[in-house]
Design a protein around this ligand. Sequence first.
Ligand code: MG
Length: 162
Amino acid sequence: MGYRTGIGYDLHRLTSGRKLFLGGIEIPYIHGLLGHSDADVLLHAICDALLGAIGEGDIGELFPDTDPRYDGISSRELLKIVYELVAKKNFSIVNVDTVVVAEEPKLFPFKKQMRQAIAGILNIKEDSVNIKAKTNEGIGEIGDKLAIAAYAIVTVVSGEDK
Ligand code: MG
């Protein structure tokens, strides 16, 4: 089956009264992301990219927001479940590349910790996970600090072709 790639995208609104979780870690900020789970937009984009690569639909099919089991769940748990599905289908993850689009907060100081968290869940080396942090140049909803978006692309290889 060889090498396969998948793409993922997600966006969540920023709101007061929630903690900000991004890339599997908590980041100090005045607002957090709104969602059924902890709304970790980066981990959700990675989940979707992985599901895309292995041909298993999307995160909304796997974890419906009507299901109380996923109420307030850590997205690290969701990514673990997706990783188990990848492993069960006999795929290994080659690399994960991502873009986070956030006007605030500055993510540079947290990139290493996020890479470590993601690599740990996916059982790959830290340098196989890349995070690029961008602003939206003050334009649109993201520029107005109303939302944070993330993009992810992953490559996987099937067990027989490793
Ligand atoms: Mg989401």
